[in-house]
Design a protein around this ligand. Structure first.
Ligand SMILES: [Zn+2]
Length: 310
């Protein structure tokens, strides 16, 4: 970890919690209704997302803060990401976890995991495409959700250097409680929150998979996002070996999509949707953009190892 410093109150009363971490990387400029407004100096996408979030706010102070941020970015942020490797050399298969027939977990407020996965996967694809990467969603010819075993096969047919599977998380049933959320009966848990990353030690490119997961983990950490470690808990259904505790990377050796992929593969659990407050964050377009930007930036950082370019 490089230098870290905190500058409080840049524009009095408006811009507080100004934070520079890892030698000028992320700035935290305050709280939106449901998310922390942060911007990254590196990565134009992060900047644009944050700027949009700032502009959405009505008061002039926040608009002024946005203008200052953008100016700072122009001065301080040479976007060096991907410089070591041409993004056009990368093809990424973005897998939308689950499908309409088996939609995965159910959020605290009753929304399907598949719906969350669809939104975030599309954003990840868009971020990658805007950076010059050939990124495509893994879909059947008819545009539907492929069979689990077909997903790695379709990724291979695309010529993908990376299979990226996008999911949202839950917890073991014993942690779920019944209660009320906004006056409606709900089933939720505050046992865990945060993202988790998975690779398979049985994937033929497990080293490259881990390198990509690490790059994604670091990019998520740049935004100040902390991983959840609940999948490493020594309880039935979890107990996943931790490969990198600080970045929340686990080995899930027999996960079909990861194990049977012919190319490096990483599964991203973007956050825990049974956690009421995390669910709210995960539905926030700004938070989604932040996650997508980090995932895309991590993929680009791993470009040399994924493409075999120096
Ligand atoms: Zn899932």
């Amino acid at each position: 970890m490089g230098k870290s410093l905190q500058i409080m109150t840049v524009i009095p009363g408006r811009l507080h919690g100004f934070r520079l971490a890892r030698a000028v990387k992320c700035i935290r400029i305050g709280h939106a209704a449901s998310s922390i407004v942060m911007v990254c100096l590196k990565g134009a996408q992060g900047w644009l997302s944050a700027f949009r979030a700032v502009l959405r706010r009505r008061d002039r102070g926040h608009r002024r803060a946005g203008a200052v941020m953008l100016l700072l970015a122009a001065v301080l942020a040479p976007d060096s990401v991907g410089a070591a490797c041409a993004p056009s050399a990368l093809t990424v298969a973005v897998d939308i976890g689950h499908g309409p027939a088996s939609p995965g977990a159910t959020s605290a407020r009753g929304r399907s995991e598949h719906a969350f996965n669809q939104e975030l996967a599309a954003r990840v694809r868009d971020h990658l495409v805007s950076r010059g990467v050939a990124a495509r969603l893994v879909l059947t010819e008819a545009g539907g959700a492929p069979d689990l075993w077909d997903r790695p096969r379709l990724a291979r047919a695309m010529g993908a250097n990376l299979l990226l599977s996008i999911h949202h998380d839950s917890v073991q049933p014993q942690y779920l409680e019944r209660g009320d959320l906004e006056g409606r009966p709900a089933r939720f848990s505050r046992h865990a929150q945060g993202h988790s990353l998975f690779v398979s030690s049985k994937n033929p490119a497990s080293d490259a998979s881990l390198a990509a997961a690490r790059a994604i983990g670091r990019a998520l950490a740049d935004w100040g996002l902390a991983p959840s470690l609940h999948h490493a808990e020594p309880i039935p259904g979890e107990n996943r070996p931790l490969l990198d505790k600080a970045l929340g990377i686990h080995d899930f050796a027999d996960l079909i999509v990861l194990k049977t992929a012919a190319m490096p593969a990483v599964l991203v659990e973007a956050g825990v949707i049974v956690h009421p407050e995390e669910e709210t964050r995960l539905r926030d377009p700004f938070h989604q953009d932040m996650l997508a930007e980090a995932i895309a930036r991590g993929v680009l950082e791993a470009c040399p190892v994924l493409t075999g370019q120096p």
